[in-house]
Design a protein around this ligand. Structure first.
Ligand code: SAH
Length: 253
């Protein structure tokens, strides 16, 4: 059996208990060495075979899984953050389906949650934004035309932009072309939850400059929108004394 596991954003204690147990019992671990903290492998069995998928193709990864399955071994496929975001898991699952190898998934703390934690930020501030757009710039991997940065920026919703730290000049221009004011708050969070984490609050117009000044061109999440500055929001209804919920009767003020 193959278990797809989210490793979390970096800090080894930000994996789930279930993920940790799977690592402890795995016979084979294939981890995405470019972003998964190798410290997570310290709790693997002495006999565990460990592979770094950064230097492997899809076919090589699946060949290791097939080999393990033939020997009756349990494999953990460890992905950074949560596997469902830019994890390239579906293509692995389809090949496992073809091979008749069973698998399941264990979620992880996405870097977008790690980055919010680094800034003590709430993406969905009442009266500011109630939506988060998770997207990326097109790079060597294309993005469908209808999902342009400009089209999402037009909503003014909070944005969490992955895989784009190397294109910040263009990103800033496109966010502004889509409708964000140049002074809209933005943040760059580099290696959230790692010991060398960096977090910089800037504006949409100064994204590229802020990244250059801090030597950041990869492994960063870009957050955009007024939620980053956390001002001008409204109190939640849920905790408003005058608001009645299924658990609590509101009182006249
Ligand atoms: N599945 C992952 C995303 C993988 S794509 C998740 O849920 O987080 C890789 C991109 O994720 C990087 O280019 C960067 O934009 C972001 N990323 C991954 N780990 C990060 C971290 N610790 N801090 C900031 N961004 C991170």
């Amino acid at each position: 059996m193959v278990h797809f596991v989210g490793a979390g954003p970096g800090a080894p204690d930000l994996i789930t208990l279930r993920g940790q147990r799977l690592i402890e019992t795995a016979d084979v671990i294939i981890y995405a060495g470019s972003l998964v903290n190798p410290a997570l492998m310290e709790s693997a069995k002495k006999t565990c075979r460990i592979y770094d998928s950064a230097v492997m193709t899809l076919e090589e990864v699946v060949a290791v899984m097939r080999g393990a399955e033939k020997e009756g071994l349990m494999t953990v496929r460890l992905h950074t953050g949560d596997p469902s975001l830019y994890g390239a898991v579906r293509e692995q699952m389809d090949l496992l389906d073809e091979a008749g190898i069973p698998y399941d998934s264990t979620p992880g703390v996405s870097s977008m949650c790690g980055a919010a934690a680094a800034l003590n930020l709430e993406y969905t501030l009442p009266g500011v934004s109630q939506s988060v757009v998770i997207t990326r710039m097109a790079g060597r991997t294309p993005v469908p035309d209808r999902e342009s940065i400009e089209s999402f920026a037009a909503h003014g919703a909070t944005m969490a932009i992955f895989l784009s730290a190397g294109h910040l000049r263009e990103l800033g221009q496109r966010l502004i072309a889509g409708g964000f004011g140049p002074d809209t708050p933005a943040a760059i969070v580099y290696k959230a939850s790692w010991p060398d984490e960096k977090k910089i609050v800037c504006t949409v117009a100064t994204l590229a400059q802020a990244a250059a000044e801090n030597g950041i061109d990869r492994t960063a999440l870009i957050l955009v929108g007024d939620a980053v500055k956390a001002s001008g929001y409204e109190r939640s209804k849920l905790y408003d004394p005058s608001f009645t919920t299924g658990y609590r009767k509101g009182k006249e003020q």
